[in-house]
Design a binder for this molecule. Structure first.
Ligand code: HEC
Length: 103
């Protein structure tokens, strides 16, 4: 997969094509958040239905050290009451971008 991506990336680079889908995308991150995280976390402003046990994404994003690596790490930890999700790096990057945008 990474090899295939590597040659694809090279091919696109040679052709001068930009690949926006591989850049962190907060819009996609919001999509993932509303689909997978909103049942427990408040993932956007104005959302009311969530448990009070899960921290709102806006406060997660306020932590000065928050970035996609931190998020990936947090998602690897055993997360009580949270279904184990298998998000790939690109999806985590998108989510992190979205969470940071809530600050
Ligand atoms: C079933 C409920 C549930 C779902 C769904 C859920 N979470 Fe959580 N999450 C929690 C709870 C509860 C906590 C607090 C755990 C604790 O304090 O030990 C938490 C904590 C976290 C934390 C750690 C915050 C911190 O500063 O320690 C992050 C990051 C997080 N969730 C991200 C996500 C993301 C991203 C999704 C969606 C992909 C998600 N969660 C979906 C319940 C959920």
């Amino acid at each position: 997969m990474s090899q295939a991506f590597g040659s694809l990336a090279t091919a696109c680079f040679l052709l001068g094509i930009v690949m926006p889908s591989f850049a962190a995308d907060a819009v996609n991150g919001k999509d993932i958040a509303t689909r997978w995280c909103a049942s427990c976390h408040v993932v956007e402003r104005g959302q009311t239905s969530a448990t009070d046990q899960a921290p709102p994404f806006a406060s997660i994003g306020k932590a000065p050290e928050f970035d996609q690596n931190k998020l990936a790490f947090l998602l690897l930890m055993p997360h009580p009451n949270m279904p184990s999700l298998s998000l790939n790096r690109a999806e985590i990057a998108d989510l992190a971008d979205y969470i940071r945008s809530l600050r």
